[in-house]
Design a protein around this ligand. Sequence first.
Ligand code: NIG
Ligand code: FE
Length: 404
Amino acid sequence: MTTGPSTLISGATLATMADSGPYGRIEDGAVLLENGMIAWVGAAAQAPRADRVIKASGVLTPGLLDCHTHLVYGGNRADEFEKRLNGASYADIARAGGGILSTVRSTRAASQAELVAQSLPRLDCLLAEGVTTVEIKSGYGLDVETEVKMLRAARALGRSRPVSVVTSFLGAHAFPPEYKDDRQAYVRLVCEEAMPAVAAAGLADAVDGFCEGIALSVAEMEAVFEAAIRHGLKVKLHAEQLSNLGGAAMAARHGALSVDHIEYLDEAGVAAIAASGTVATLLPGAFYYLREKQAPPLALLRQYEVPIAVATDLNPGSSPVHSLLSTMNMAAVLFGLTPAEALAGTTVNAARALGLADRGCIVPGQRADLALWDVAEPGELVYALGRNPLKAAWMGGDCVRGKP
Ligand code: NIG
Ligand code: FE
């Protein structure tokens, strides 16, 4: 195989996020990029020769991954934000036909091109903060045509910008109005029509669902997961967000990549996800916006050594949060994650939540997706709110933003 020109990024503090100590830190480090991959990592003084050397300062991290977003949607729900602050609850609004169903109406009404146009500025907010991989869910269509349209819009976004887009089919997000009196028929539509269509077109990398009193039951979700597994698709779940139904343990039995939200997860649930190697994805933006009181069981997650990811949950209702750095700060302040845990949550553990073994750490053999920051310490990425210290970002070895 012929090798292209190599580039050495030299002089920054590396937060490799590999196993060795907090942040996998290397002072005055260097990273050799070759053919889009990381070829060597170590101290700058020991670095191999390269065709080109970039002198860098500050902190170099893996490119960030936002492993849970609903950033493709039509319209917005600023009106519900007002209603909640005037006393209505998220569940009240959902029961009255607002909430997710309000976004379903505006998403059905939008063309694919309109969805892309409305969603691009949201994606750009994430990319401006060093995100190089983003997961995007469907789930605001709740019919075959609109679910497919949303996933096509998500794939189109991935072609419009230097970013890897990973998609999840979330037909099991809520019951559409036309099926509210025949839930089983909707579950059949998801399993027997929408999922085969999405899988045949290669539009979904995984299947997600919302298991909650106001959404699907554990048994309904289990039927969806069994269909997913028949289609060779991995599963993940919005679970235990507002109550403890046992969704996470059911997801664990199906080898879920992640269970997300999990404020109400109990010890048995934590033990179940620990045994299945499922990632706990924390979504402090929704906790913050819904002014929840019950934080996820961090002490148990640590005790059982469950990998913890952190994501924006960017969506028009429960989490209109367009900043992964702010989300890391919220994970620390609201949930008590250490800054090192918060950064692991948007790098190594977020990659794991997406089932991606080729990114998330700065180690040889991984994709050269990197972010360089104008900070002295990695913890500063979590410490400040409203400051974006990104200097430069690389995707597959190409500098796609800023300059070092
Ligand atoms: O992750 N929990 C369910 N789904 C989304 C909310 C979607 C919405 O409110 O539109 C979430 O918080
Ligand atoms: Fe979500």
